[in-house]
Design a protein around this ligand. Structure first.
Ligand code: TXA
Ligand code: MG
Length: 307
C-alpha cells in the first residue's frame, strides 16, 4: 500500500506523532514549531527534556532558515551530502525554539534522502522534529515493524538502507567537530570542507549518543575479540546468542552471521540486535569488527550497545 503522506501531514499539523522511514533509521516525527507536539514526542520516547532533537527539512534552503549563521563549510556539506545521512549543528535562528534545542543556542538540521521522508516533508512544508523511533536508550528501528514507540501513524518505507543514525557534524564552534560517526565518514567531511575535524565522539555529554549505554538490547551483551570467541562460547554454550563473522559453532543454538563489508553490516545491525534479544538467552556475544576507520560508526554503536 502507498504510504498515506497526506494523512501523515494532517496528523502532524494537528499536533500528532508520525513514525516515518528515513535512509538511516525510522524517525518519530512531530511538528518542530509546536511546543505541545514536541512535548508529546519526548513523552512517547521517555526522553529527558534537556536533550536536543534533530529537525528535518525537505531541502537545504528550508533547513538553513533555522540557523542564524550558515558558514561556508555548511553550504559545502549541504551541496555534497544533502539529501542524505548527515546532520549539521549550527547556531540557531528564532525559529528553533528552546523545546527543540534543549535550551541550547544551537540546532541540529538534517535533510533526509528517503523518498517517503521527502514526500512527507514536502507535504508538511515545515520542520519535523524526529528522534529515532525507539524508547530512549533502546535499539533503533530500521523497519516499520520495529517501531516500538506510540505513534498516531506509522508510515512504511521498507528497510532503511544505511541502517545506523546520521553522522553529526557540529559547525557552531570555532573548529568543526564530529559528534556522532555515521555512514558519511570523517575523511569525506574533511575533503568536502577542506579542513581537519576535531573528534569529540568520546566526550560529548550533551548528545545522547555520547551517553555510555545506548542502542542497547535488554539481554546483557558483550564485545568479544575474535581470538576470545572460542573460549567465551565454551563458557556459555547454549545459553548464549552470537553475532559473528564466522560460520556457526555447533555448541550454540542461536547464531547470526554478519557481512564483512562495514556498510552491509551497518544496514543489518539493529535488526540483528533485535533478533538476538528475542532469542531470550542469558547473554549476547558480539565478535568485535576490525579497529579501522571504515568500521568507526559500527564500532561506536557496538561499544554503546555493550556498555
Ligand atoms: O539518522 C538520524 O539522525 C535519525 C533519523 C530519524 O533522522 N535521528 C536520530 O535522532 O538519530 P536522535 O534524537 O535519536 O539522535 C539525535 C542526536 C542526539 O544524540 C542529540 O543529542 C543530538 O543528535 N543533537 C541534536 N541536536 C543537537 C545540538 N543542537 N547539539 C548537539 N547535539 C545535538
Ligand atoms: Mg536515537
Amino acid at each position: 500500500m502507498k504510504p498515506d503522506v497526506a494523512r501523515a501531514a494532517q496528523i502532524l499539523r494537528a499536533g500528532g506523532l508520525v513514525a516515518f522511514p528515513t535512509e538511516t533509521v525510522y524517525g518519530l516525527g512531530a511538528d518542530a514549531s509546536s511546543a505541545a507536539a514536541v512535548a508529546r514526542l519526548y513523552a512517547a520516547k521517555g526522553r529527558p527534556a534537556d536533550h536536543p532533537v534533530i529537525v528535518h527539512f525537505a531541502d537545504a534552503a528550508a533547513a538553513f532558515e533555522w540557523a542564524r549563521e550558515v558558514p561556508g563549510a555548511a553550504r559545502k556539506l549541504a551541496a555534497k551530502f544533502w539529501p542524505g545521512p548527515l546532520t549539521m549543528v549550527l547556531k540557531r535562528s528564532p525559529k528553533a525554539q528552546d523545546f527543540v534545542t534543549g535550551g541550547q543556542d544551537t540546532i541540529g538540521l538534517r535533510v533526509p534522502s528517503h523518498p517517503v521522508a521527502r514526500a512527507l516533508l514536502r507535504e508538511f512544508n515545515g520542520g519535523i522534529a524526529a528522534p529515532s523511533a525507539n524508547p530512549f536508550g533502546g535499539i533503533s528501528a530500521t523497519a516499520s515493524a520495529h517501531v516500538d514507540v506510540k505513534a498516531d501513524l506509522v508510515l512504511d518505507g521498507g528497510a532503511s538502507e544505511v541502517g545506523i543514525e546520521s553522522t553529526i557534524v557540529d559547525l557552531s564552534q570555532d573548529r568543526p567537530t564530529i559528534l556522532r560517526p555515521g555512514h558519511v565518514k570523517a575523511a569525506e567531511v574533511e575533503a568536502a570542507i577542506g579542513e581537519k575535524l576535531y573528534d569529540k565522539t568520546a566526550d560529548s555529554p550533551r548528545h545522547s549518543g555520547g551517553l555510555e549505554r545506548h542502542y542497547a538490547p535488554r539481554t546483557p551483551a558483550q564485545l568479544v575479540q575474535t581470538y576470545e570467541l572460542d573460549a567465551e562460547i565454551a563458557k556459555w554454550k547454549d545459553r548464549v546468542a552470537v553475532l559473528a563473522f564466522s560460520r556457526p559453532d555447533e555448541r550454540v543454538d542461536f547464531w547470526l552471521r554478519m557481512p564483512k563489508d562495514p556498510a552491509a553490516y551497518a544496514q543489518r545491525l539493529y535488526a540483528a540486535l533485535r533478533e538476538l534479544d528475542g532469542a531470550a538467552c542469558e547473554r549476547i556475544l558480539i565478535e568485535a569488527p576490525p579497529d579501522s576507520a571504515e568500521w568507526t560508526a559500527v564500532r561506536d554503536r557496538l561499544f554503546r550497545a555493550t556498555a
